[in-house]
Design a protein. Structure first.
Length: 743
């Protein structure tokens, strides 16, 4: 790798500074080597006119703006000439100091001006017209500026990128150098984006001992964070110590003091492990609180409804009226599920695709006898909430919006102190709820309200920690209706039939050439390159030609993994090149990180953004690109959504998405590679989830071996959670009532 170049000069003019907090700057720089000012671009916090700087970076040729110096870092060179000092002091970073006052200061102190300000500030009283407030302003601004520069230079020298260095400085301010020198691992706990690996790199640069207590503590904490990312609410103490010791490269007995330190600071909580007497479950404190408080709140809701159960004598009549109003006839199993939901304070309805879950929701809304104003419909994702609105005719919200999440404060404004104004709460796609979101929802429901969770327990568990939907079913304290009779799309739907076959452990058969058009296909190809080539052909030509689907808007490729030839990264690059090449996009594109977005690209929002009304899983098309300001406009559901530079991390190409990301969404056509290249991800529930995302067409491409492995692998990775045991231990409401959907 080439060493970065160095460039010295005077900041002549700031042409653009991003207002979004990323400090992206475009400036003109006067140098001794060029007759004309050169253009400098980069993340340059604190960059101002009149500054003498030394930049490191590289020359680049922008196809639109010409030759530029793309800066990675910079340091301020203290001006030494009278003109440089006057320009520096009057450049605007000191409130109330203009050219006249700056000239007076420099006239008295000359080249020693900055040393006087920082070392002997009382001498500023010698400057005529510089009152006490202005003197204080000068001293504060110079010290802050020098402090920021010293901190940033220090962090750059440790290999920290400008954006991350700026976040660290924003957190610790003038104490940055002291904090990082004493304990760089503190930033791993307190600053988003640092992480243990980066802190460990910094610690090595500072020659901190391999067995230092702060390193051991950070390793234990990081191990719990990694476990949270894998879906666990806690780790058993022995497993935690083993994993942390492996990460840190130290003996297991050296890890214990780090865990003790975290427990004393209440960063972690140790609780009894029921299955292993004498051992502990170690939780990150927020997850412990979410799990235990969810248990208590559920107990309150169950008890409060049991104490004040409404008269059930007219429930059957209300169901009959709902059937007449909706012009439907419920199957016996559906009717029993609805009856149980209307009799219980908290109930669960679960079933696979086509088993009538939506039908029961619609009937429940009519039969519950609750005014619409006192009814709340919700789902974990925006896509699922929109679909719930479409299928029921009643407005549904994301859970975050229902609970009035405040992005600025990162809190839900609805809770037990300001609960929802709802007597009936119905949550669809409830299997996607993690323990923290489930707790936030349940704590905002008033005692006495009726709650119904609807979902498919056989789908993938939530992306976040815990598995509340499964735990509630396992707890044996909440009535559960299991639906298994297929209604949707009729008996002839191969998608529905094959989804249920997979869920029952039976392998779909290869589709023979010449088979009449249907809605499910398994096409066999052996090599990953052959699978990739066929997927490209299917998406670009075969499916659009035979079924009339738009290759970008209607067809969705789903892959179980990110990396590899058949991973979503490579699939997106290949499909982008095939479906939206640079030539057809009019050469309009914007590169951000490892992604290149083009005009017309299919993209996905990957985080909830309530200020802009876009949600995790929302898919749209790039409608406009402004490369000068690194800005995109994306058309999502007919609405233009602006993405500024600091918001582009929320956007990814979406020609191919992971099966996990597809949860809560449905597509006209879904295409899935099934290859032993994805051996670790060949699981029944993942394949089942992928198949159930297709509404009108599903195509599997791969090997019978890989498909067979996936179908036979019914093992679900165990998640460490104690919610089911807590509910069972704290409740006296008896065993779960299982209702079968078959007549």
């Amino acid at each position: 790798m080439l060493e970065p170049l160095s460039l010295d000069g005077l900041v002549d003019r700031i042409r653009f500074t991003s207002p979004d907090g990323t400090h992206f700057t475009v400036a003109s720089l006067k140098t001794s080597t060029s007759a004309m000012p050169v253009t400098v671009v980069g993340q340059l916090p604190g960059f101002t006119e009149g500054m003498q700087v030394r930049l490191t970076g590289d020359w680049v040729e922008d196809h639109r703006y010409g030759r530029q110096f793309r800066a990675q870092t910079y340091v301020e060179l203290v001006p030494s000439t009278p003109d440089g000092l006057k320009a520096y002091l009057s450049s605007g970073f000191i409130p109330g100091i203009g050219p006249k006052i700056a000239a007076r200061i420099v006239a008295i102190f000359g080249a020693e001006t900055l040393d006087v300000i920082t070392g002997d500030p009382d001498r500023l009283s010698e400057v005529a017209g510089l009152g006490e407030k202005r003197r204080a302003s000068v001293i504060k601004a110079i010290k802050e500026r020098r402090g920021a520069q010293e901190a940033l230079v220090f962090l750059y020298g440790l290999g920290i990128t400008p954006g991350l260095a700026n976040r660290i400085y924003q957190k610790y301010g003038d104490a940055t150098v002291t904090v990082i020198r004493q304990n760089p691992y503190r930033a791993a706990e307190e600053v988003h984006g640092v992480g243990f690996a980066k802190a460990d790199q910094v610690a090595r640069g500072l020659q901190i001992e391999h067995s230092a207590p702060e390193r051991i503590r950070a390793g234990v904490y990081h191990t719990l964070l990694a476990a949270r990312g894998e879906g666990h609410c806690f780790l058993p103490r022995p497993q935690l110590l083993d994993a942390a010791a492996h990460l840190l490269g130290v003996p297991v007995d050296a890890v214990g003091p780090g865990l003790t330190s975290l427990a004393m600071d209440r960063r972690v909580i140790l609780d009894d492990l029921p299955d292993d007497p004498g051992e502990s479950a170690v939780y990150l404190t927020p997850l412990y609180e979410a799990e235990t408080l969810l248990d208590r709140r559920l107990g309150t809701l169950l008890t409060s409804f049991a104490e004040g159960t409404s008269d059930a004598s007219d429930i059957s009549d209300r169901i009959d009226r709902a059937e007449r109003q909706l012009e439907m006839t419920l199957a016996p199993g559906q009717r029993r599920a609805l009856l149980e939901a209307l009799q219980s304070g908290f109930s669960i309805i679960t079933g696979g695709p086509g088993t009538g879950k939506t039908t029961i929701i619609r009937a429940l809304l009519h039969a519950a006898g609750v005014p619409r104003a006192r009814t709340a419909l919700a789902a974990p994702t925006g896509r699922a909430a929109k679909r719930m609105t479409e299928t029921t005719g009643c407005p549904a919200k994301t859970i975050h919006r229902l609970l009035e999440y405040s992005p600025s404060d990162h809190v839900f404004q609805r809770d037990e102190h300001d609960p929802l104004n709802a007597d009936l709460v119905i949550v669809d796609e409830a299997s996607m709820l993690d323990v923290s979101l489930c707790h936030a929802l349940v704590r905002a429901i008033e005692p006495g309200a009726r709650v119904v969770f609807v979902g498919d327990v056989d789908q993938l568990p939530p992306v976040g920690p815990g598995a509340p939907f499964t735990d509630l079913i396992r707890s044996n304290v909440i009535p559960v209706a299991r639906l298994d009779r297929i209604f949707r799309q009729g008996a002839g739907s191969a998608i529905i039939d094959n989804a249920h076959m997979v869920n029952e452990g039976r392998t779909p058969k290869v589709t023979k050439p010449g088979t009449p058009l249907q809605d499910f296909y398994f096409i066999e190809r052996e090599e990953p390159a052959q699978i990739l080539a066929l997927i490209e052909h299917l998406v670009a030509q075969r499916i659009p030609d035979r079924f009339g689907f738009d290759p970008i808007d209607d067809v969705q490729v789903l892959s179980p993994m990110r990396a590899g030839l058949l991973g979503i990264h490579n699939l997106n690059e290949r499909l982008q090149a095939l479906l939206n090449p640079r030539e057809s996009a009019g050469a309009q594109e914007l590169t951000h990180g490892t992604s290149t977005f083009r005009l017309g690209d299919k993209v996905m929002q990957i985080r909830n953004d309530y200020d802009r009304n876009v949600f995790n899983g929302d898919v749209g098309r790039v409608a406009k690109i402004d490369p000068k300001e690194s800005r995109l406009i994306v058309n999502i559901d007919g609405q233009p959504v602006v993405y500024k530079r600091d918001q582009l991390d929320e956007l990814v190409l979406a020609y191919a998405v992971s099966v996990h990301k597809s949860q809560g969404s449905e597509y006209s056509a879904a295409v899935l590679p099934v290859s032993t290249q994805h051996f670790k991800m060949l699981q029944r529930n993942l394949l089942y989830t992928g198949i159930t995302r297709g509404k009108r067409l599903v195509v599997l491409v791969g090997t019978t071996k890989a498909l067979g492995i996936a179908v036979r692998n019914a093992e679900i990775s165990k998640r460490f959670t104690l919610l089911a045991q807590r509910l069972a231990a704290s409740s006296g409401l008896g065993e779960t009532l299982i209702l079968r959907g078959q007549a």
